[in-house]
Design a protein around this ligand. Structure first.
Ligand SMILES: O=C[C@H](O)COP(=O)(O)O
Length: 316
């Protein structure tokens, strides 16, 4: 395994030596798991678990400190009338808004995740990507969501992608942290641009070999974003990577996940593919800008028997 990362040629040999993904099989398995029904009690549990796994995201050019502060209050008390609703896992913002989120979240325990490395395209020099990352971490980001260079990956320049991830991981280190305790690094594969499931599997392994703490499907800016079959392939990769190396890596589908039904399908997929060890916000996140309200509505329906309607909750 250590050999795999030692040179461009061995990296290529290793990645192309991974078993091919059975695309029809992956699609069929994801579709079958998506039809699995769960009991009401399990649904209540699943909704709260899904809320606790959300990276509540705003990544718009028009974002303002005020919007981020509102999102941070929502992250801490998703339903102000019901203190039993769990808080979300993290707030995900652009780097310049990290200080605002950090201050608003205080000691809540909610993480601040920052996109970096010229998100969403990733098209800039490595020096600028590292500076972008260092800035976000210096401003207090607990987690960094970087994008890989899809152009380099699709051209087969795996060593370049590997080295960039290693360099960004280094930039995640904090001056005041013990070695190995910098910001957590989520590596966005942008699977909607990777063309094949084999590429998704290779990119997952490449990112993990280079030191990713999480692998993430998408920026949310490219279609298709997260899908169940692609997430299935990534969950198989983290499962197999742990068997091979003993190191556990998390998974984050992001983009286009808007309903409780979708969120629960992802949880079933995690349970059936990687296993229970991944069913926690430490190892599975859902990147979403507008999923939370639907989860709150379904939660209230389960508890009271009626829907409160979207106007009852503050905007996502
Ligand atoms: O990382 C999260 C995505 O950017 C959010 O995408 P979404 O707006 O489709 O939920």
């Amino acid at each position: 395994m250590a050999d795999a990362a030692s040179s461009e040629a061995s990296l290529r040999r290793f990645l192309h030596g991974l078993p091919s993904v059975d695309q029809v099989g992956a699609d069929a398995r994801a579709a079958t798991l998506a039809t699995r029904s769960i009991k009401t009690t399990a649904k209540e549990f699943a909704i709260d678990l899904a809320i606790s796994m959300i990276d509540l995201t705003t990544l718009e050019g028009q974002d303002t400190p005020g919007k981020v502060r509102a999102l941070c209050s929502k992250a801490q008390r998703p339903d102000p009338t019901d203190a039993s609703v769990p808080q979300v896992a993290a707030i995900c913002v652009y780097p310049d808004l990290v200080p605002v989120a950090k201050e608003a979240l205080g000691a809540s325990g909610i993480k601040v995740a920052s996109v970096a490395t010229a998100f969403p395209s990733g098209r800039t020099s490595l020096a600028v990507k590292q500076a972008d990352t260092r800035d976000a971490v210096a401003a207090g980001a607990d987690e960094v969501d970087m994008v890989i260079d899809r152009g380099a990956f699709l051209s087969g320049r795996y060593g370049q992608v590997f080295d960039e991830i290693v360099a960004v991981k280094e930039a995640c280190g904090r001056a005041d942290a013990v070695e190995g305790q910098g910001a957590h690094l989520k590596v966005i594969l942008e699977t909607g641009e990777l063309v094949t499931y084999d590429n998704v599997r290779r990119a997952s392994w490449l990112a993990m070999l280079a030191g990713a703490d999480f692998i993430k499907t998408s920026t949310g800016k490219v279609s298709p974003a997260a899908t169940l079959p692609v997430t299935l392939v990534m969950l198989e990769a983290v499962r197999d990577f742990r068997v091979a190396t003993g190191r556990q890596v998390g998974v984050k589908p992001a983009g286009g996940i808007r309903t409780s039904k979708d969120a629960i399908r992802y949880l079933v997929l995690v349970n059936e593919t990687a296993g229970e060890d991944w069913l926690s916000p430490d190892w599975f996140r859902i990147g979403a800008s507008s999923l939370l309200n639907d989860l709150l509505m379904q939660r209230q329906k389960l508890k009271t028997g009626y829907y409160a309607g979207p106007d009852y909750f503050t905007l996502d």
